[in-house]
Design a protein around this ligand. Structure first.
Ligand SMILES: [Zn+2]
Length: 265
């Protein structure tokens, strides 16, 4: 029986996430699946021979919707098709969430070494990264952006309107994930698309920060991450001296539900 509930114990407001109660089946089972995408009026059909899919699974597919995460709505195991007529399922988001988390405003916070890694979070929101075919295609210029966490508004190159939009992003729960390990930070912020952020954390400041969005300058995504860390640290709720993981609470519970995991409270 799965347990799904909340309560209190002496570790106040601390939720330990358990492994899935059922063993994930690793063997692929061929199927024809219906997949629903946000903004697409009807479900689309894909061939799958890579996973054992069930309704509710979140997947990435080949073809023109390859950047969008979709939700499997139906699975058929009886079909006769021309393989070449169908795009296929290429990735499944199912990384288990491990560790002990506590609620922190609209986020879940963990200091555990095995808390959800940025690579694992990425599988929930973005298709697998394509390898760089031409190494010279990647250009890194300058030393990245720097934002003081005691006063993010005081960062060089702050544009007032961009800063205001960053504050809006914070209030709209656009920051899906932030982690710092050994001073190296990663974050994912949802704008028109999901954007990836890399930074260093040192001397109470974000440094060497880059965002994957196309905005030429210090963008709202970087500022939103800085404001989030700044507010939590100033309130004494987040210890920036330790490695940590912050996950948007809605996404956190969505992942737990999706994985059939339980929460020990
Ligand atoms: Zn950005």
């Amino acid at each position: 029986m799965r347990i799904w509930g909340f309560g209190k114990d002496d570790r106040q407001d601390t939720n330990a996430v358990q492994e899935p109660q059922t063993e994930a089946c690793e063997t692929p089972v061929e199927s024809l699946v219906s997949v629903r995408f946000d903004g697409v009026g009807r479900d689309l059909t894909y061939f799958n021979d890579s996973f054992d899919l069930k309704a509710g699974d979140r997947v990435f597919v080949s073809g023109k919707l390859e950047d969008k995460v979709g939700c499997v709505t139906a699975v058929s195991r009886k079909f006769r098709i021309r393989r070449s007529d169908y795009e296929c399922v290429i990735a499944l988001a199912q990384t288990p969430v491990r560790g002990t988390y506590r609620p922190l405003a609209d986020k879940m916070l963990s200091y555990d070494a095995d808390a959800l890694s940025p690579e694992a979070f990425r599988t929930w929101i973005l298709p697998p990264e394509e390898p760089l075919l031409d190494p010279e295609d990647e250009i890194i210029y300058g030393e990245g952006y720097a934002i003081p966490l005691d006063d993010p508004h005081g960062a060089e190159e702050v544009d007032e309107k961009v800063f205001e939009r960053a504050i809006t992003y914070c209030s709209e729960q656009k920051i899906g994930y932030v982690s710092v390990r050994n001073g190296v930070g990663r974050a994912f912020v949802e704008g028109n698309d999901w954007y990836e952020i890399e930074f260093c954390l040192r001397d109470n400041a974000i440094a060497e920060a880059y965002c994957s969005c196309p905005y030429p300058g210090l963008c709202k995504h970087l500022l939103a991450v800085a404001v989030t860390l700044s507010v939590f640290a100033k309130n004494g709720d987040l210890d920036l001296g330790r490695d940590f993981v912050l996950i948007d609470a809605n996404r956190f519970y969505g992942m737990i539900r999706q994985n059939n995991q339980t929460i020990r409270v």
